[in-house]
Design a protein around this ligand. Structure first.
Ligand code: NAD
Length: 398
């Protein structure tokens, strides 16, 4: 059993290792944030499948369902296990912590590590549901991936984060050098747009739902959710109107089709939930977004509106899914958890701060230091209460 002192190792901004103890504390904090704290609710989930369950919004959804309502959860994700003296990825350690806390609290949990886009993992998941859980009443689709191998063609699609139609220039924080710079992003070509839609659009979600329907693994009234983002106009050229936005629009089309199918076959529903911008491994990789994420909390915290993934997912269940009546949807049939982020006074403050930030005043004018700390925290580093000088067991399995 290797025990080692684990120091953060980075390639540029990204951490290439993870701290098991820090990850455990993060999961404990999230569990404590819902355990015994969610109102009883109606139509609460009992058997939940979370695809993309090891970090970010997927992990927060899984924790809220399990500790909020005692739901059985099956999590699917793609994480690196520990190997020799190399640590596992953060999502692996998060899952170890999830399982150990679930066991302590008598909650059923099963997890499958592998490529969710593959037929093999889809079938393994279906088998696990059949064997270990009753039919699923809630499916959460929360994948964020840079690439997808389509099992039908064997083709590897790589997603890109680019504008569509014309080049986009704006300010961003160059994370490696901590400089505020102007970046110009050239527009994507047709293939890049199609590839991004193939990775992050609705096709794979449909395939998951088709299989679950075919195998009769969905309960009457089953609901399916996938996550999206819209954000303020300042980010639209790179997000909503960019390649990723084209994929999200495809996801919304898939939600409409799936909703019709689930309604007809099971009296169920499928929706896209538009969530708030939060610091995750996926969001930090989007150009311009780090600057936005360094300003947004300033505007939200002073108004007592700030939320992380867990607070968002608590609200998803308490205000939308478990109220006993149909959830409030916007004109495009989406759940809007980004309502607080998008408030006029919040966005006006972000817009006012945006042009003021320079390399020199980055740490005074923006919350970049907190953004950086939160980002490192995703990997279990700089987490309160962890003694980083102590050797830690890295060979952990759930
Ligand atoms: P994340 O990087 O924290 O989590 C991604 C999850 O997907 C992880 O569990 C990872 O293991 C899993 N995954 C990636 N590739 C996989 C594969 N091939 N097979 C199986 N699992 C795989 O990301 P996140 O930010 O929580 O994003 C989740 C969803 O929420 C995405 O659809 C994203 O667009 C959406 N969203 C994110 C934000 C944000 O600000 N972070 C805001 C709104 C919506």
């Amino acid at each position: 059993m290797p025990q080692q002192i684990i120091k953060r190792r980075s390639r540029g901004f990204i951490c290439v290792n993870a701290h098991p103890e820090g990850c455990r504390r993060n999961v404990e904090r999230w569990v404590a944030g819902v355990k015994g704290k969610m109102p009883a609710g109606q139509n609460t989930p009992k058997n939940v499948l979370v695809i993309g369950a090891s970090t970010g919004y997927g992990l927060a959804s899984r924790i809220a369902a399990a500790w909020g309502y005692g739901a059985k959860t099956l999590g699917v994700f793609f994480e690196r296990p520990p190997e020799g003296d190399k640590t596992a990825s953060a999502g692996h350690y998060n899952t170890v912590a999830f399982h150990s806390l679930a066991k302590r609290d008598g909650l059923f949990a099963a997890s499958i590590n592998g490529d969710a886009f593959s037929d093999e993992i889809k079938h393994a998941t279906a088998d696990a549901i059949r064997r270990e859980m009753a039919p699923v009443d809630l499916v959460i689709y929360s994948l964020a991936s840079p690439k997808r191998t389509d099992p039908r063609t064997g083709r590897v699609h790589n997603s890109v984060l680019k504008p569509v139609g014309q080049a986009f220039t704006n300010r961003t924080i160059e994370l490696d050098s901590e400089k505020v710079v102007s970046v110009t992003l050239e527009p994507a070509n047709e293939d890049e747009i199609a590839d991004t839609v193939a990775v992050m659009g609705g096709d794979d979600w449909r395939r998951w739902m088709d299989l679950l329907l075919e195998e009769k693994l969905l309960a009457p009234g089953a609901r399916a959710l996938a996550y999206s983002y819209i954000g303020p106009e300042i980010t639209w050229p790179i997000y909503r109107d960019g390649t990723i936005g084209q994929a999200k629009k495809d996801l919304e089309r898939a939600a409409a089709d799936l909703d019709a199918t689930l309604a007809k076959k099971l009296g169920g529903n499928a929706w896209v939930s538009v969530n708030k911008a939060v610091v995750t491994q996926a969001s930090a990789a989007i150009p311009v977004v780090p600057l936005y994420l360094s300003l947004l909390p300033l505007a939200m915290k002073t108004k007592n509106l700030d939320e992380g993934p867990l607070e968002q997912m608590r609200r998803l269940f308490t205000d939308f899914l478990c109220t006993g009546h149909a959830p409030k949807l916007d004109e495009a049939r989406r759940l809007r958890l980004d309502d607080r982020e998008m408030r006029g006074d919040v966005q006006a403050e972000v817009a006012a701060l945006w042009p003021q930030v320079t390399t020199e005043n980055l740490r005074e004018v923006s919350a970049f230091a907190e953004f950086q700390r939160e980002f490192r925290g995703l990997f279990g580093f700089e987490v309160d209460g962890v003694d980083y000088e102590q050797p830690t067991e890295t060979d952990l399995q759930w």
